[in-house]
Design a protein around this ligand. Structure first.
Ligand SMILES: Nc1ncnc2c1ncn2[C@@H]1O[C@H](COP(=O)(O)OP(=O)(O)OP(=O)(O)O)[C@@H](O)[C@H]1O
Ligand SMILES: [Mg+2]
Length: 259
């Protein structure tokens, strides 16, 4: 074993994914590295493969060829037990929040522990230490005062922050956020994305966040990866990119459906 500290949490090379034999590849030769502490924005038109790339990292999309590692796990040869383990280490945030609306905000955050616990009775089984931690995390995302409210009574921005607290409850080694601000107004989009970026830095884990709005990607990421038709067409440090450099991704807007 090398004694060098490898901050690379995710390592993907020449990844090819298709959903059925004989169909075109949805991801066709994708390279991706995610380092601890950094936020990487994933850009691409609808259908370019952003969600599929995230699904490949959680074992929900079939890998045809290439390399894909999350930590020590080789995603191309996982058994069921290892797959559960790798999924438990990945916090996921979705456009539609995926909270349980009739449960309290606090209980929703506590469900994040279930990934580690395996199947347990959902209600009434959480330890007081877990409850304290869930409250701390709600405080961190700025909505501790909503802990006892039903999740469905919160605004979209508040619900997304609950979802982020729930992901943190897993003690994730990686966060995948698939269009987490697509349903939020511009101000709340900035709030949620700067929260994700500060989590990446503070926790020392990578955050991969797919976005449709280029200025948001330029404002809230350390690196940008742009997909077009399942291939990486732009990759670089955000500080070295501008809208012109991202044009290959822009140009793709609207034409994926015809591909
Ligand atoms: N479960 C599936 N079975 C078959 N094809 C799929 C499946 N999921 C996605 N696809 C196809 O894979 C391609 C990429 O889809 P994907 O959802 O990864 O795109 P995306 O970049 O996330 O798009 P969007 O911005 O609309 O969310 C599309 O052509 C889509 O139709
Ligand atoms: Mg998608």
């Amino acid at each position: 074993m090398s004694t060098l500290v490898d901050t690379r949490r995710v390592h993907v090379r020449d990844l090819r994914v298709r959903y059925a034999p004989g169909e075109p590849f949805v991801l066709d030769g994708v390279d991706l590295d995610l380092h601890d502490g950094e936020t990487v924005a994933l850009l691409g038109a609808s259908g370019s493969g952003k969600s599929t790339l995230m699904k490949a990292l959680t074992g929900f999309a079939p890998i045809s060829s290439g390399e894909a590692h999350v930590g020590a796990h080789d995603l191309t040869r996982l058994r069921a037990k290892q797959l559960r383990e790798v999924r438990s280490q990945i916090g996921q945030v979705f456009q539609q929040y995926n909270l349980i609306g009739r449960l309290s905000v606090l209980t929703n955050v506590l469900t994040g522990t279930l990934y580690n616990a395996g199947p347990v009775n959902l209600l009434g089984t959480f330890s007081s230490a877990d409850r304290r931690r869930a409250l701390e995390l709600l405080d961190r995302v700025g909505i501790a005062h909503k802990a006892d409210e039903q999740a469905r009574t919160l605004s979209g921005g508040q619900q997304q922050r609950v979802a982020i607290a729930r992901a943190l409850m897993q003690n994730p080694r990686l966060i995948l956020a698939d269009e987490p601000v697509a349903s939020l107004d511009p101000r709340m989009s900035h709030t949620v994305l700067s929260l994700l970026q500060s989590i990446a830095r503070d926790e020392g884990i990578p955050v991969l966040v797919s976005l449709h709005v280029l200025p948001l990607a330029l404002a809230h990421s350390d690196r940008i990866v742009g997909l077009r038709h399942g291939s990486v067409v732009v990759a670089g440090r955000t500080s070295e990119l501008d809208t012109d450099a991202l044009a290959p991704v822009y140009d793709a807007l609207g034409d994926e459906e015809d591909a």
